[in-house]
Design a protein around this ligand. Sequence first.
Ligand code: ZN
Ligand code: ZN
Length: 332
Amino acid sequence: MRAMVLEKKSQCLQQVDISIPQPSDRQVLLRVQACAVCRTDLHVIDGELTTPKLPLVPGHEIVGTVERAGTTVTRFKIGDRVGVPWLGWTCGECFYCRNGQENLCDQAKFTGYTLDGGYAEYTVVDEGFCFPIPNLYSAAEAAPLLCAGLIGYRSLVKTGSAKRLGIYGFGAAAHIVAQVAGYQQREVFAFTRPGDVEGQKFALGLGAVWAGDSNELPPRQLDGAIIFAPVGGLVPLALKAVGKGGVVVCGGIHMSDIPSFPYAILWEERSLCSVANLTRRDGEEFMALAPKVPVRTKVETFPLAEANKALDRLRAGKIEGAAVLVTDSSAA
Ligand SMILES: [Zn+2]
Ligand SMILES: [Zn+2]
């Protein structure tokens, strides 16, 4: 099968021909239809996340159909369409797994990082960590739900009942969260790279009540904010934008250093937290919610062989919505 492989950190992906993996007892072999491209893939390829398996097939927002099932598989049958997220395996036994925080499992394995992912024609995945895909979506439309959507949803939940919600970095996750927030009667204030007029228009088109540059203060004080851009300098800006008791959630897996800031902008019970990974419960909740909103994803598709081009466009901030690799032309 064809796969796009990271052989060494900080290099382009190489197109290689490798043998189709065999599913173990609990695994299914998926024929990949589409795999979205996440900023985390850039952090893995660029070496900011330091412990990938190598060589690695990246990609953790996979939609595919079951081609073969291991001997103990019960949830899915041949031909079923399933989605695969970042959380690929947990131990089920550690303190975190036993306390509803499997996202923090000490031994967790991650798709497209410590397990091979979906930048390929086939992949094997543990059936326990996959989700059925709502019928509303094509494979390419559904792929960004599996990380941008799920992590975005987990970040949104962490803002509690914040009515006026700031979103810093209006990419794949934000364009989904903005729709969910609107459905929940929240008001979205979108912050983009300074001068990104196109990005601001995109946010307003998705229901944001205001859009502006990330170095500006919004016209009204916010109740909460989510930072999706991997830019530490946004943390003090977001803390200044939220009122007393406001929460600032960092939704990314990697961020540049946060500059020092005066205690006064954290005081009055503002809080700052991060989101790490996802639980299967997040996935089930979000996949049930997405078609009700209904969340509509905006995707730019690329053939599998053009993965490097998709990554370059994402790095340059040129993707509106989400980039998706399609391995099966009927998936778009
Ligand atoms: Zn565990
Ligand atoms: Zn991701």
